[in-house]
Design a protein around this ligand. Structure first.
Ligand code: SF4
Length: 255
């Protein structure tokens, strides 16, 4: 049987986080190929939703860890979780089985779809990625495979924000390519009105250098006046240990 559950792992954003990978594919399955991705290049380029792990398979995996303690059960893993067409059902089942708050980490690419926003609305916390203030920079940093325009994604986050009763966090990853756009990013964050703004830089090994604490502090100043701003360097529990994809997969319990 494929491994669906991993951790709990320590996360600066989520505390003790029990990972659920509804994709569980060999190699990364994503609608983006971000230049800073810690998982390497995207091997399975996908923009359409489909079922990877059945609900029956997830049910068996969850049954074997009933009673486990964690701050969140987090839908993440080796790729983009909203590509799983049964995400909504999986959230419902996980909450009913583990009685834990549910988080989803998404790259936001499929949020223009009604069915994706409906599935995400079932989570207690949605962390949505926004790394650029313009279409051009979006393509440079996130290298998307999705057809929809960058503005459609921003509009979809806004629609989601209006109707969502849970906690919405924006994750903004800063690297050299967008470090001079902090004022535009802060303006965007203000418009999207999330509960939390996570200012990040890639501290795990990847092909892009992280920004220094001083550079992140300068970026942080552009967000003055906005509430719920947190940076990776200020966080008490930085999850900066190198993450190796194969090691991550090996650590998962064989269920
Ligand atoms: S969205 Fe996440 S998993 Fe996909 S390429 Fe970007 S960083 Fe990697």
């Amino acid at each position: 049987m494929r491994s669906v559950i991993y951790g709990p792992v320590s996360s600066w954003r989520l505390g003790r986080s029990l990972g659920i990978d509804l994709l569980s594919t060999r190699g990364k399955t994503c609608s983006f190929d971000c230049v800073y991705c810690q998982l390497g290049r995207t091997t399975n380029q996908l923009a359409e939703r489909r079922e990877f792990i059945s609900i029956e398979e997830l049910e068996k995996a969850l049954d074997s860890i009933r009673g486990i303690g964690a701050d969140y059960a987090t839908f993440s893993g080796v790729g983009e979780p909203t590509l799983a067409s049964n995400l909504g059902q999986a959230i419902e089942l996980t909450r009913a089985t583990l009685h834990l708050p549910i988080a989803v980490l998404t790259n936001s690419s499929l949020m223009p779809r009604d069915d994706v926003r409906q599935a995400l609305a079932q989570a207690d916390l949605v962390v949505a990625k926004v790394d650029a203030p313009t279409e051009k920079l979006f393509h440079k940093i996130n290298r998307p495979y999705v057809e929809c325009a960058f503005d459609d994604i921003l509009q979809a986050i806004q629609v989601f924000r209006k109707n969502y009763s849970g906690k919405l966090a924006l994750q903004m990853m800063f690297i050299e390519a967008n470090m001079d756009y902090a004022a535009e990013m802060a303006k965007l964050a203000k418009e999207l009105s999330p509960d939390e703004i996570q200012i990040n830089t890639p501290l795990r090994p990847c092909s892009v250098q992280p920004l220094s604490p001083e550079e992140i502090a300068i970026i942080r100043r552009q967000f003055t006046g906005l509430s719920g701003v947190v940076t990776v360097y200020e966080a008490k529990r930085p999850d900066v240990a190198p993450l190796d994809l194969e090691a991550t997969l090996r650590r998962r319990p064989r269920l």
